[in-house]
Each structure stands twice: as structure tokens, then as C-alpha cells.
Write a protein that binds this ligand. Structure first.
Ligand SMILES: [Mg+2]
Length: 300
């Protein structure tokens, strides 16, 4: 991923990499195929944006690859930070572009809110920023929302869409209070959109809110560890039977490496094939494999 020097997105991903520490280079980083991976692993954690889709546009071979893995009896789960949508709405979006998934096949960072709520000490109502669909994560966590800034010290940021500037000003007011907390359900800085466009997303909003208010921040989702424990529990597989496939070094690959899950950097998203090795070296984040695309071994 090529960022402008000094851009917030570069800073954000550098922060994540620094916070988690470097990963050891694996011996080779060979170019692999889905068929080879299927011969070694029982579970597949597939990132969504850049691996299966770019918003509403399917990525070539993704639908065939997912269908082929399922036909081989593999456990396939989509592991996404797209908390703009409820898990079921993420699944419906992918199904609508031909990627065949069952209910429960999408695991989204938003669902960590229920898991982490008590640890984070969240009790009363929260101020929600995101699309209506993402409110499902509040419901699942048993949390009410409020639009009254004086009623809460907790802001839950689910996405960069679904609210106006005024709401950011209200979030500021809440987060300037002593003991306030910003919970970020999607720590990504950028998301690939169709035609090669990169959009800044909620990680950038979170960073500016945190810097301007000095609030505490809880980042849920890739690359941080909780989502991997959660996914492995839901798949009921040990880490060494699972491979994670993603397009972003500083989230998908960094997170998988620290979680002890083998990982493949796919070259259909933000990391172009000709730069993959260079980028791994520059970020000091090393995938176990490079995967050109999800083309299945024997097309179904
Ligand atoms: Mg991605």
C-alpha cells in the first residue's frame, strides 16, 4: 500500500505495527495457490475488502474460490473490520455479488463489543456513530444508545458513514470529559472502493478524535488479538489448522502473525503484486505466503 508520507493513514498503520512489534520473517514467503493451502489447512479466515470484494464489486475468482473451499469441506469464515454493516448484512452484500456464504459465516469486529463490554467497563447508554445496520452490535452487547451528550462518557464509532459533521462535534464534547472512552469497531484507516479508489475510513476519524480530546481509546478488530481468539473459538479449530488470507499487511498479516495463525498476503487488494516483497520488508511484516488470487485448484 503506497501512502503519502506524513498522511494520517500511514501514521495509523505505523502506530499499529509499533504497538504490536515486528514479526519474524518466515523462511521463504513462497507464492502459493488455494489448492496448496487447502492441502495444509482446515480453516480459512478470509478478509472481505480487497480479497472478496471492493464494496459492491466482486473480485475475480473470489466466488469460485469460496465455493471450491466449501466443496472440499473446509471451514470458511469471512473476518472483516467492516462494522458499518451487521454480520448478516455483510453476508447478504457478499451473497448479492455471488459469494455463497451461510448465516454465521461472517465474523465482524463489531461483534467484539459484546465480548469486550465488561472488560472495558461500559455500562450505561453510549453515543453511537455509524450506519443503522451497525446498531446490531449495540443490541447484541445489550447496550442502549443515547443522543444526549450529557448522558454518557462512551462513544462507539462503528464506521465513517451514517452521520453528519455535527455528530463529530458532539462526540468531541463527550470525549473531552474526564474518564471518557472511544470504542472503535473498525480500526482500518483506508478501504478500497471500485476503480482503484481508496477511501479514508473510521480509523482516521478515531485518530483525530483521540488526538483532539485526549480520551482513552479501545480499538477492536484486526490487527488486535481479540478478534482472532473470537474467530478460532467460533470455528472450533486450533490456530495451527487455520490460515488467514488478507490484502493489508498492517491489519490482516500483522494480526494473524501475532495471533499465531499462518497467513497469506493476497495480491488482489491494496498490495500490488510487484511491490509485495518490498512492502513486507519496508513494514517488517512478513506473511507466510503470497497468494496471487483465490483461483481454485479444480474450478467448480
Ligand atoms: Mg482488506
Amino acid at each position: 500500500m503506497i501512502f503519502q508520507p506524513g498522511s494520517p493513514e500511514l501514521q495509523i498503520y505505523r502506530d499499529y505495527a509499533t504497538r504490536m512489534g515486528p514479526t519474524q520473517p518466515p523462511p521463504k514467503m513462497p507464492v502459493t495457490t488455494l489448492e496448496e493451502l487447502a492441502s495444509r489447512y482446515d480453516g480459512f479466515l478470509l478478509d472481505s475488502y480487497g480479497v472478496l470484494n471492493r464494496a459492491e464489486e466482486p473480485i475475480p475468482w473470489a466466488a469460485e474460490g469460496v465455493a471450491w473451499l466449501k466443496s472440499k469441506g473446509k471451514k470458511v469464515r469471512v473476518l472483516t473490520n467492516n462494522a458499518a454493516l451487521a454480520e448478516e448484512d455483510n453476508r447478504l452484500l457478499l451473497s448479492s455479488i455471488g459469494i455463497g456464504l451461510e448465516p454465521g459465516d461472517v465474523i465482524c469486529s463489531g461483534s467484539l463489543l459484546a465480548r469486550e463490554r465488561d472488560r472495558l467497563g461500559i455500562r450505561g447508554p453510549v453515543f453511537y456513530m455509524g450506519l443503522a445496520s451497525g446498531r446490531e452490535y449495540l443490541r447484541a452487547a445489550g447496550l442502549e444508545s443515547t443522543d444526549q451528550a450529557e448522558e454518557t462518557r462512551v462513544v462507539v464509532l462503528a464506521s465513517s458513514r451514517g452521520y453528519r459533521m455535527r455528530r463529530i462535534a458532539e462526540a468531541h464534547r463527550i470525549l473531552r470529559q474526564e474518564g471518557s472512552l472511544l470504542v472503535v469497531l473498525n480500526p482500518d484507516a483506508v478501504a478500497p472502493r471500485p476503480q482503484g479508489v481508496m477511501a479514508r475510513v473510521s480509523g482516521v476519524t478515531a485518530r483525530s478524535l483521540a488526538r483532539e480530546t485526549g480520551c482513552k481509546v479501545a480499538l477492536l478488530g484486526k490487527p488486535f488479538g481479540e478478534i482472532y481468539s473470537h474467530a478460532l473459538e467460533k470455528m472450533n479449530l486450533p490456530a495451527d489448522r487455520v490460515v488467514a488470507i488478507g490484502d493489508t499487511l498492517a491489519t490482516d498479516i500483522l494480526g494473524a502473525r501475532h495471533a499465531g495463525v499462518d497467513c497469506a498476503l493476497v495480491l488482489t487488494g491494496v498490495t500490488p503484486p510487484e511491490r509485495a516483497k518490498l512492502e513486507a520488508k519496508s513494514w517488517q511484516i512478513w506473511p507466510h505466503y503470497l497468494l496471487p488470487d483465490l483461483r481454485p485448484g479444480n474450478p467448480v
